[in-house]
Design a protein around this ligand. Structure first.
Ligand SMILES: *Cc1c(COP(=O)(O)O)cnc(C)c1O
Length: 401
């Protein structure tokens, strides 16, 4: 499942063997992200999708500044979900024209920062639209806005649904015409629509269906828009495989469908840029989490590797970030990749809670204190999505190699 190569039993990150990388980083635990794998993923995606589709990176998935800087040079824009992420995106060198800001509870201070920066705001309520009119008047700079639509359908088989039914995200499709009228009378600079149906989807047919329905909904809503549609963000939701039995997302049908949508948009929404926004799919497979075995314990015949890192740095691998049934992320002993993996082993962290579980009865090679445990598929929703202060252990370091 892993995209990382190994030589002499050691995983390589950006060509650097893992033991040497750990020495270079100066501590475990750490996250390491591989620039070449990040670049290769964007290239692969560009080849699979029509040239007309603009690719945005959703900073939420991994906001490490150096990584965002690398991504900013590869994609057409960055999507942010807070003023903090906005600052990261601007520091990364992304042109404000290519930045968009979504999020259900944008505070007035955040809205002001975004208007002053000149980025596109995805409006998610009537209150936000009115606040933006006041801010625009005060700054003397019109807010650029799109409407985030809570669609009247769901993204089937998505790991996390974020559209359809009652949701705190966006404005219900049936209320959008009224919001568009208000945006027109408030004098905001209206640019288009944003639809995001959900996350972590491995079924191409479901993504195709959601993108098709999103496009049709946007076409209908465009009739009520106060200005021509210049941007249509169709969301994303592309998943990556984490668990045994999961297979890679097939990009071919998605690319074919987006080509049809692009052709229909050329006549139905002339001049509109089509955007998809991806987080996890762009960065998730290019990252590793590395911690060191502190102790090896045998309790009533069962082997435990106790490590210096775990849940507090990598909540999702512990199974506590939106998983219904806990499953093991792909885990290896990163300096013993060529040893046979035949000892049923539980890998745990140092926290005094049974939730701090990295691998539950997984077949692994014989390991000793000092060995390096690696969790693959860790480039998204890792360090920034974990309760690093819990129990007062040191924070994980992040490096881009
Ligand atoms: C979280 C989020 C994303 C990124 O989702 P991934 O599953 O990481 O691709 C994109 N857009 C919006 C609006 C989001 O909330």
């Amino acid at each position: 499942m892993s995209q990382f190569a190994a030589t002499d039993g050691e995983i390589l990150v950006g060509g650097v063997p893992l033991v040497r990388l750990a020495a270079r980083v100066g501590q475990t635990p750490f996250y390491a992200y591989d620039r070449a794998l990040l670049s290769a993923r964007v290239t692969e995606l560009r080849q699979a999708l029509p040239a007309a589709i603009q690719l945005h990176y959703a900073v939420k998935a991994n906001p490490m500044p150096a990584l965002v800087g690398h991504m900013a040079g590869l994609v057409d824009g960055l999507d942010v979900a807070s003023a903090g992420e906005l600052r990261t995106a601007l520091d990364a060198g992304c042109a404000p024209a290519g930045i968009s800001f979504a999020g259900p509870g944008k505070r007035d201070e955040e809205l002001t920062q975004a208007v002053a920066a000149g980025v596109l705001l995805n409006v998610e309520s009537f209150r936000e639209a009115r606040a933006l009119a006041g801010i625009s008047a005060r700054l003397g700079w019109p807010a650029r806005v799109a409407v985030r639509v809570n669609p009247d359908f769901e993204l089937k088989s998505s790991g996390m649904k974020m559209g359809g039914g009652p949701k705190p995200f966006g404005v219900d499709a049936e209320e959008v015409p009224a919001l568009l009228a208000e945006i027109g009378s408030l004098g905001l600079a209206f640019e288009g629509f944003h639809l995001f149906a959900g996350s972590q989807n491995l079924r191409a047919e479901a993504i195709v269906e959601a993108q098709q329905k999103s496009f049709e909904l946007a076409l209908r809503l465009a009739d009520s828009a106060p200005a021509p549609i210049r941007v249509l963000n169709l969301g994303g939701g592309f998943g990556i495989p984490y668990f045994p039995g999961e297979t890679r997302l097939d990009l071919a049908p998605i690319g074919a469908n987006l080509a049809e949508i692009a052709a229909a948009a050329a006549t139905g929404l002339p001049g509109a840029a089509l955007v998809i926004e991806l987080g996890r799919y762009l960065v998730g497979e290019a990252g590793l989490y590395v911690c060191r075995v502190v102790d090896r314990k045998v309790s009533r015949g069962h082997v435990f590797l106790v490590c210096d890192g775990g849940l507090h740095h990598h909540l999702s691998a512990s199974g506590n970030f939106g998983q219904v049934i806990r499953k093991n992320y792909p885990v290896a002993i990163g300096n013993r990749c060529d040893a046979s993996a035949d000892i049923p082993t539980s890998v745990v962290g140092p926290l005094c809670t049974p939730l701090d579980l990295i691998a539950d009865r997984m077949p692994l090679p014989v390991a000793q204190p000092g060995d390096l445990v690696v969790i693959f598929q860790s480039g998204a929703y890792g360090a920034s999505a974990s309760p690093q202060a819990f129990l007062g252990h040191p924070a994980a370091v992040e490096v881009l190699v």
